[in-house]
Write a protein that binds this ligand. Sequence first.
Ligand SMILES: N[C@@H](CCC(=O)N[C@@H](CS)C(=O)NCC(=O)O)C(=O)O
Length: 232
Amino acid sequence: MIVLHQFAPAFGLPNASPFCMKVETYLRMAGLPYELDNHANPMRAPMGKLPTISDDGTLVADSTLIVDHLKQRYGDPLDAALTPLERAQATAFQRLFEENLYWAVLHTRWMDDAGWAKTRPVFFGAMPPPLRWFVPALARRGMRAELRGHGMGRHTEAEIHAIGCRDVTAVADFLGDRPFLLGAAPTSIDAVAYAFIANLLWAPFDNPIRHQAQSRPTLEAYGRRMKARYFD
Ligand SMILES: N[C@@H](CCC(=O)N[C@@H](CS)C(=O)NCC(=O)O)C(=O)O
């Protein structure tokens, strides 16, 4: 049995972590049965982050390594027919979402004061006192350091929004009127794209990056298409 260890669902989404939501989406896209452990502790995870899965006792960390593991063990129904060009496109878009847009979105959730007012109760509200009184501020300080380490956090807020908007525009322009990111058929990059687009559009964080996504109706239609096909 595959168990997905992740954060508790939040904001009406399968997960507020796009990486956790990516893995659950992939499991559904590949038709693999799984159970959810929604109370996993990232500090106990091998890389200190979620998601992880346990698959008949084998623990795998990192969403991309998890998808690789699942493809190896259960076959690759989504990507087997991709051309080298399509694989290259998928890799490039994965990097856009996970290595760049992710950090801009993190900034809107953790550094922007209005975003933090929504993030804090959801992630830390269940903590008992006295932890609840000081852990959120410590975690926010840690996130500020991570954002600076990545480089995103060294930009002004306006620059971060512009960087995120440019990514969103690239996704919308590449998607065009096609039903899925690489064309007529869903592939595993759609698990990534859907997790990020749903988090951008449907989590309650109001900011220019979200406005940019809202200004491109094909992204909303894409999100609804993925949701209807795999989650409803
Ligand atoms: N490269 C990792 C990234 C996972 C990741 O960044 N997870 C975040 C949540 S979105 C996390 O667990 N953060 C907890 C922490 O850093 O303490 C993957 O693809 O799984």
